[in-house]
Unconditional design. Structure first.
Length: 55
């Protein structure tokens, strides 16, 4: 698709310079909804977009 429409390239790239994430980042995200600090949170769907939504 990008061969035909190179102008769409920036849409499919991330905005932040994130090359890889740490295991602890994923673990903390998964454990947060079951922690004491989240006792009033009823539904959580954490976005994983590395800053692509800030455009």
């Amino acid at each position: 698709m990008l061969e035909q429409r190179p102008d769409l390239g920036p849409i499919f790239t991330i905005s932040l310079p994130v090359e890889r994430i740490e295991i602890s980042d994923v673990t903390n995200t998964l454990l947060r909804p079951v922690s004491d600090g989240a006792r009033y949170v009823t539904v959580v769907s954490p976005p994983v977009y590395a800053g692509s939504a800030i455009r």
